[in-house]
Design a protein around this ligand. Structure first.
Ligand code: DGI
Ligand code: FE
Ligand code: FE
Length: 195
């Protein structure tokens, strides 16, 4: 399927705000890829599709995963906001005919991360957090600068803030998020907000 065709289909699958966010992630991922000398077209494709399952009802996300024997943890069942990552991987393959395992993997891990991610995984995770339409997370100016300097440090700073946000909201923390933080934590630097 051509890039433009995927884009057209996605516009119908997503609501307006989600489509705007998707465009932001697509271009931000493309820029990060250029800056780190990796395949910017692949990064744009993964960015374009990362939230492709976001607007499906929970039941359909669960069905997609079950149909493809993707294991869903209790945490994912209790926090359906997490489900669109694995469901998105399945939908990207099934509906959008994506075969590239690197693109599919980046979609799969874009919400929680996982320890020892590859460059494309990190670019999508970071682009998702910092694209220009995002405005609610703290320290975005600093995180946007670090993104173009050091992907591993950027992962550490984003995961630090994400865990603090989740702790504050008493949301259950997926072990994948915790393990990812522990993997990247030592790349983080002293910041005025860390005490
Ligand atoms: O889909 P997006 O909104 O663009 O972004 P995303 O896929 O990164 O999802 C963001 C949400 O996921 C955000 O509200 C934090 C949440 N999240 C990340 N890790 C965890 C988590 N939520 C829970 N409950 N547990 C986690 O470990
Ligand atoms: Fe997402
Ligand atoms: Fe997203």
């Amino acid at each position: 399927m051509e890039f433009q065709e995927i884009r057209k289909k996605l516009k119908k699958d997503l609501d307006k705000d989600r489509y705007e966010h998707t465009m932001g992630v697509m271009y931000t991922a493309g820029c990060l890829a250029m800056s780190y000398g990796c395949d910017y077209k692949k990064a744009m494709l993964a960015g374009l599709l990362h939230d492709c399952a976001k607007c499906l009802p929970t039941s359909e996300k669960l069905e997609l995963c079950q149909k493809h024997d993707i294991l869903i943890s209790n945490i994912e069942k209790e926090n359906p906001g997490l489900l669109h990552a694995k469901a998105g991987m399945v939908l990207a393959e099934e509906k959008y005919k994506i075969k590239d395992p690197e693109v599919l993997h980046a979609i799969k891990v874009h919400t929680t991360g996982e320890p020892d991610m590859n460059v494309l995984d990190k670019i999508i995770y970071i682009a998702d957090y910092m694209e220009p339409n995002r405005c609610e997370a703290p320290h975005l100016d600093t995180i946007r600068q670090i993104a173009f300097q050091d992907l591993n440090q950027c992962m550490a700073e984003i995961l630090y803030d994400t865990l603090h946000y989740l702790n504050g909201r008493k949301g259950s923390i997926d072990p994948a998020t915790q393990l990812t933080y522990e993997f990247y934590e030592h790349y983080g630097k002293e910041q005025p907000w860390k005490h």
